[in-house]
Write a protein that binds this ligand. Sequence first.
Ligand code: BDR
Ligand code: CA
Length: 308
Amino acid sequence: KERIILDVDPGHDDAIAIMLAAKNPKIELLGITVVAGNQVLEKTVKNTLNVCSHIDIRVPIAAGMSRPMVREQIIADDIHGETGLDGPDFGEITVELDKRHAVDFIIDTLLESDGDITLVPTGPLSNIAMAMRKEPKIVDKIKKIVLMGGAYTLGNVTPSAEFNILVDPEAAHIVFTSGRPIVMMGLDLTRQALAKQEVVDKINTIGNKASDLFVDIIEFFTKTQKEVFGWEAPPTHDPTTVAYLIDPSIVETKSMYTEIEIWSQLSYGRTICDFFNITGKEPNAEIAINLDFDKYWNLIYDTLKMYS
Ligand code: BDR
Ligand code: CA
């Protein structure tokens, strides 16, 4: 079993990552920490509580950083809407927010562990970086970090930068220079994880609360991804992290020395991945390059089916 803390900014694809992590038997979900990203913190927290209430996920949920470290805040309401998770109808919120700040939850959980916890961030890296700075002793306790963010090719907010990294490049810099093993699910991979119509139709046949929520989420996500990028089917970025942990054979990776651009104007927030090892520097990250499409969607189908 992979013991994980999931750090999210829901977000349509974050919600799917939550569904996978909470139910798949290969994952032990120790808690969900929430960060500002796709929307302001108040909204990403509410969305997390809504998703967990709706499909009865009972784990600690802690609210974290409402702002990036250095830069001014940006959000992705063009993709995720006014609430940050437009589309599905949620009922009453029945789960409570943990009293602890997400940064303290991460610190305490790691300090109490035997070094067997993997961090899984699917939003900006503000919570993770702040935890590393507040309590440097946690760094060696982190087993690995499997994150969604960046790209070794093209960005999605600027030609250079991907959203999660661009929201808080200084935080990403802290994480990528932490010395802990990093697996990066960048856009190069997640653009292969398209929720094609046949996939959605198959999941729709499950007919439980989780599969219905998935279908509602994808319906809205399909619209905005088409409007903004012209995608016929939306890329499901965030669940690739959890899918990789459940079955690493789903994703092919390549070791690359990777740095975050924090000085440039045009390339601010770019993940600069040394694909050809031109620098000769020791790789600090495994960068995802290829997805086994069928295995990925079968895994999501099988996991959603486990909900009652
Ligand atoms: C990432 O940005 C967010 O909009 C998504 O939730 C995903 O984490 C993709 O660039
Ligand atoms: Ca996200």
